[in-house]
Structure formats: structure tokens, C-alpha cells
Design a protein around this ligand. Structure first.
Ligand SMILES: Cc1cc2nc3c(=O)[nH]c(=O)nc-3n(C[C@H](O)[C@H](O)[C@H](O)COP(=O)(O)OP(=O)(O)OC[C@H]3O[C@@H](n4cnc5c(N)ncnc54)[C@H](O)[C@@H]3O)c2cc1C
Length: 168
């Protein structure tokens, strides 16, 4: 088989984060030939720095030859944080799997389109199951600090959190 014949795919997905990986899985399960393109590295345990000061291993900044996994992009009014590498955001995320409160589903801007809580419930259930969500077993320093934060900010950020168990 020639090299070009090998490049025949039904779907090409750019990015291997939560969105890309799940799409690729579901399409492959349906029998499609899927190619996932990822610009970052496939990281192994030794690729993760012990400290953030190891900028070369931590940041994704190819212009400076930094091939880590944490991408920070500065714009005038916003700074975007994301993961770069096989797994995308799952390389950097806080492992917190939250189902939004009712007010999110009933927000004016989209509530008239559907009953989003019902519409999305099955997908939240599947995600929590696939990611192996379990209740957070203990509070760490950051959690305790959040609890001490006076309302209304603590009320806004104090969503119940479930975590994915560590990968084995
Ligand atoms: C620090 C941090 C903590 C977070 N904590 C949580 C949390 O606790 N709970 C939660 O639910 N969410 C959390 N998030 C948000 C969550 O990580 C994102 O919502 C999620 O990763 C978005 O998924 P995605 O597939 O859209 O994109 P990503 O997961 O960002 O994946 C995009 C992928 O595409 C690749 N890519 C981009 N451009 C190209 C290109 N041109 N060619 C090839 N590849 C490309 C990138 O390298 C990356 O791997 C957190 C995010 C950050 C940054």
C-alpha cells in the first residue's frame, strides 16, 4: 500500500482534548476511519516538571523552544490558559467535574430554545461515568480558603465538585 492510500480517512479531527478525543472515539465506534492531529507532544510521566519554574518543560511556547504542555496566550482584555499535547486540557485541568446549577440551564439567552437540563442530562451522566467521577474525599488548603471566602463570591464558585480518580 502506498503512503497516500494510508491517508484516506472519513474524519480528520484537529486537537486531542476532551472534545476531539470523545468525537474520535464515537466516530471510530461507528466504524469510521478517523485521524486525530495533535500539535503538542505525547507526554509520559518523565515529561512533567517537578516545578513550574522549569519553564521549558511546563510551557508550550514553541517560538522560544519551550515544548511543555501549558499554553498561556495574552490578549488585551483576556488571558487564555489551555493544555497542549495529547489529551489537551486533561493534561492541566483541575479534575473537577461539575454539573452546572439550574440557573445556568435556565439562562435567558438560551432557555427559550429547549429544556437544557433535560436535554443535556444524559450527556452529563455519560461523561461522569466515562471519567469515573467520584465525590471529592477531602478538602485541601485551597478548598478551605474558598469556604472561608465571604459571599456572594463563595456562593458563586462553591459548586459541588466531583473528581476523576487518578489514572493508573
Ligand atoms: C488550568 C485549567 C484547569 C481546568 N480545570 C477544569 C476542571 O476542573 N473541570 C473542567 O470541567 N474543566 C476544566 N478546565 C477546562 C477544560 O480543560 C476545557 O474546557 C477543555 O479542555 C476544553 O476541551 P477542548 O477539546 O475544547 O479543547 P482542549 O482540551 O484545549 O484541546 C485542544 C487540543 O487541540 C490542540 N490543538 C490546537 N490547535 C491545534 C492545531 N492547529 N493543530 C493540532 N492540534 C491543535 C491543542 O494542543 C490541544 O491539545 C480547565 C482548564 C484549564 C486551562
Amino acid at each position: 500500500m502506498s503512503r497516500t492510500e494510508n491517508l484516506d480517512y472519513d474524519y480528520i479531527i484537529i486537537g486531542s482534548g476532551f472534545g476531539g478525543a470523545v468525537s474520535a472515539l464515537r466516530l471510530a465506534e461507528k466504524g469510521y476511519r478517523v485521524l486525530v492531529l495533535e500539535k503538542g507532544k505525547r507526554l509520559t510521566e518523565k515529561d512533567f516538571p517537578k516545578r513550574n519554574w522549569n519553564l521549558k518543560k511546563w510551557l508550550w511556547l514553541p517560538a522560544l523552544r519551550f515544548f511543555g504542555f501549558f499554553r498561556i496566550v495574552f490578549f488585551k482584555h483576556i488571558t487564555i490558559l489551555s493544555g497542549a499535547g495529547v489529551g489537551g486540557g486533561s493534561l492541566v485541568y483541575a479534575n473537577c467535574l461539575q454539573v452546572p446549577k439550574l440557573e445556568f440551564f435556565r439562562a435567558k439567552s438560551w432557555a427559550y430554545l429547549a429544556d437544557w437540563e433535560q436535554e443535556l442530562k444524559g450527556f452529563y451522566d455519560t461523561s461522569l461515568h466515562m471519567l469515573g467521577a467520584v465525590p471529592n474525599p477531602r478538602f485541601e488548603t485551597g478548598d478551605l480558603a474558598l469556604r472561608r471566602t465571604p459571599p456572594p463570591s463563595s456562593a458563586r464558585i462553591g459548586l459541588p465538585c466531583r473528581s476523576a480518580p487518578p489514572a493508573s
